[in-house]
Write a protein of this length. Structure first.
Length: 113
């Protein structure tokens, strides 16, 4: 008898991300845990740029909430003229999802939550 190991929450998220990453307007993602990271970007030459952008958004969010004594940041959305970043915490993993500005980040958030 073959017993399938139940998927962990993060494996489920990774499967959703693979599906999302194929959608029009998605530029890629970075999923970081305490001991590993998963990176899938359409333009691999921008890994450092996206990683720095992601880390900066996380740090700014953390600094703002500490200064204002608001608790932890769960979700951050940063928009520029052409692109958007959805940054969120999922089961002690940090997800940064990069997309074109026209993509509905609320829909993606609800799917990943």
């Amino acid at each position: 008898m073959i017993v399938k190991k139940p998927k962990t929450d993060i494996e489920t998220v990774q499967k959703k991300l693979q599906s999302i990453n194929d959608q029009k307007g998605i530029l890629g993602y970075i999923l970081r845990g305490s001991q590993s990271a998963s990176i899938d970007l359409k333009d691999p030459t921008k890994i450092i740029d996206y990683a720095m952008f992601s880390a900066t958004a996380i740090d700014v969010g953390r600094n703002m909430t500490e200064t204002l004594q608001m608790g932890e940041v769960n979700t951050i959305v940063v928009e520029s003229e052409e692109t958007k970043l959805l940054s969120m915490n999922i089961n002690n993993h940090h997800l940064s999802l990069f997309m074109e500005k026209s993509v509905n980040h609320d829909k993606l958030y609800k799917n990943l939550k």
